[in-house]
Design a binder for this molecule. Sequence first.
Ligand code: BES
Ligand code: MN
Ligand code: ZN
Length: 498
Amino acid sequence: MEFSIKSGSPEKQRSACVVVGVFEPRKLTLPAELLDKAAKGYISDIIRRGDMEGKSGTTLLLHNVPGSLCDRVLLVGLGKEKEFREKEYCDAIRTAVKTLNETGAFDGTLFLTETGPKRRGVAWRIRQASMVAQEAVYRFDQYKSKKAEIRRPLRKLTFAVERRNELPPAEEALAQGNAIAEGIALARNLGNQPGNVCTPSHLAEQAQQMAQETGMSCQVLEREEMEALGMHSLLSVARGSRQAPKFIILEHKGGKVGDKPLVLVGKGITFDTGGISLKPAADMDEMKYDMCGAAAVLGTMQAAARMALPVNLVALVPSCENMPGGNASRPGDIVTSMSGQTIEILNTDAEGRLILCDALTYAERFEPEAVIDVATLTGACVVALGHVATGLFANEDSLARELLTAGEEAHDRAWHMPLWDDYQDLLKSPFADMGNVGGRWGGAITAACFLSRFAKKYEWAHLDIAGTAWKSGSDKGATGRPVSLLAHYLLKRTEKLH
Ligand code: BES
Ligand code: MN
Ligand code: ZN
């Protein structure tokens, strides 16, 4: 889909469809009023008759509205004006775009961006609108032999701004929104790919291709190189699989030479059977999503490169498959991590931390400004926070705060969880420096505590996206979270967020 920005009145738009909002109960927004005036009360008449109350999620399509130059007018219900906040704004854009996509209009002009939530400026409204619009029309039908036909799909979307002087910030925000939306789509595509396609080698190829397209540099470490580095914790997870493990290193050098980089680490388990501690059969297919941390990191890198962010970024993706097999790790096996710390593998299904810990140690060589890892790490995090908030852990409160704020800004929110020393005792092992599980309770926290032992040399945060990276049920699929959170964090750090 193509996007553009325009300033001007709704009644003067030559467009297949002009979209304006109506608050509940039956209150026209300013652009709707302008259309109504040009139409000599035609719209307010319809509203008075009760065809459109303004309830959120509702729409009414009008043809041949007098006094306007467009073919159609789409009224979109916004709910109560007092309750119109970020979520309601995004819902309205989503409803509008989905409806436009199905009405047969090739292009549409949205006058919803003028009525954003009060505390958000024009840049936020445009950036968010472009992201929501692209998420709304996203489909993953690569493997359907008959694609669901949309007769005349929406080709072009124009966002209206009130004043001419809003055009420059709106254009910049649109470019950012598009870059982030493409990063989200990349993450969703990778996540939705089945495990027999999205292997560690596939992830590595995708990273290499992205590097080529965006001017980043990419290096992939093979098993022998990981062995030489002493990444025995990571390799212990890969043992049971026929798929070769890969360690992907992607770099965006947008900052000054010598500026310390930010390092993003993404869990890249392309399928998690649990290994010898085998998972139950129900819903095990969803463990193809166990590389969504990696996908989010790659999506964020692509967005950062497209926005040419003036910052040095490194992405590290440890990737392998967690399979049972004659060569697989056994419960009770002890391995030495790259850091030198020894780990007793009490449960082979707690594999995410085993690959991440070596990546965290590897991150030290970049002398990072900060390290942020992203992982579908624990079912316990889903129990704690459900599918709404990402679990956030950090060894530095200021970093946690920045990420929380970025999540709010992006409407891709996280919640700060404790990382107190009191929890560390749960990882004690009689035979090694630590076990890889901490017992039944507080599982998301003990997992984070495990990682923290490998992140002592820098500021570090951990995002547990087990509940937020994908949806189950009727609209099953990867969400692309937390690409938007991370991209907003980077925008803020580089002072590009307006
Ligand atoms: N990838 C899973 C975490 C997960 C489970 C994410 C369910 C989303 C939904 C992870 O590797 C795992 O298996 N974690 C175990 C840890 C346990 C053995 C300590 C879990 O959460 O059950
Ligand atoms: Mn597991
Ligand atoms: Zn896993």
